[in-house]
Design a protein around this ligand. Sequence first.
Ligand SMILES: C[S@@+](CC[C@H](N)C(=O)[O-])C[C@H]1O[C@@H](n2cnc3c(N)ncnc32)[C@H](O)[C@@H]1O
Length: 395
Amino acid sequence: MERGVRTQDWSLIATCTRGLEEVLRGELQALGHPDATSGRGMVRFRGGMEAVYSANLQLRTGMRVLREIEEGPAASRDELYELASSVAWEEVFSKGLTFAVESAGRGTAFPNSSFASLVVKDAIADRLRARWGVRPDVDRGSPGLVVHVHLARDRAGLALDSSGEPLSHRGYRPMGGPAPLSETLAAGILLLAGYDGSRPLVDPMAGTGTIAIEAALIATRTPPGGRRRFACERWPQHDFAVLQAVRERWSSAHRSAPSAVVAGDRDPKAIAATTRNAQAAGISTALVAVVREVRDLELPGEGAMIVSNPPYGERLGNPRELSTLYRELGDVLKRRGAGATAWLLVGNPALVKAVGLRASRRIVLFNGPIECRLLRYDLYQGERSKSPDERTVPR
Ligand SMILES: C[S@@+](CC[C@H](N)C(=O)[O-])C[C@H]1O[C@@H](n2cnc3c(N)ncnc32)[C@H](O)[C@@H]1O
């Protein structure tokens, strides 16, 4: 059994939404993993319990932190069973710990991924019964250990989930809104935009306030996972003193927000939700929430950033009303946005035309299954409004 954090040098994976891999890699490098390497929807790095705690507490764009256990052939039921049986689970589990197996990806022999979970569950239980004389109990509701199976054609990877609930569940947003953005995507947008808290920021269509709250967390250097627990606290290698030391190190970095963070929305219910969520996140003093129409946009200071996720039709609004709203948004950016930089996450390219401004950068991001564009607009003094036939759809 591995003991002592210094002897642990595991292969770790942080997963993320597609499009945020490089931002996540940058976060891991800043956490002391210069050799972190990115793949599709994930970044690989190395470390032990201390690295696992730091990543869970501190990553803003990571969805889960996994410890890789084994990888190998899985072209049939027997091969996957062999692979899972070859792992020394007795060194990973402790007696009495319940577990669950989750599978994702596509395996040629496993059109139904829950069959793969069943095979791995049997292999683990059979091995532990052979060693210990008792089978560990499966608990799908609140398992002590979650084993992840990643199927990729004829191969499979086995890993332990150290996070439990996805890291996007920061614990500050008990109440949903009509179309809330995931916390990790909101943080990713801000980091892609280069936001570090030093410039004033406004989200004029804030909904439940996710972008503004994530901005306030960045501005105050508050660890996003500081208010929740992680699955790795049930691992046999869990070391409370190391976790406490990691928590204290990060909380000592806390500061007051150096610049204003403003959340606006036309809907008083949205602003009430933003206020409650900001309180739950512990950053209410760093954020101002106001009921305001987007056409009345006010910049919160010199060199402001406007970052927003306007409605785009998949979940909210009808196309004609939305195109009027985007026209209004473009007009107010021209009239009142001079000197600011705007970043808009838009899921419907047809609506982008109505903004009537030329984007200087376009980044593809996924909001769940919806392919979106994050568009950057540099708003100069005297920005010229384009005629309708000049309004082009960005690619
Ligand atoms: C897609 S939601 C924003 C979701 C938000 N990012 C979140 O995480 O909850 C768009 C928001 O724009 C607001 N909105 C729509 N039209 C507006 C207008 N003319 N002025 C201000 N807010 C508006 C809606 O009330 C809604 O809350």
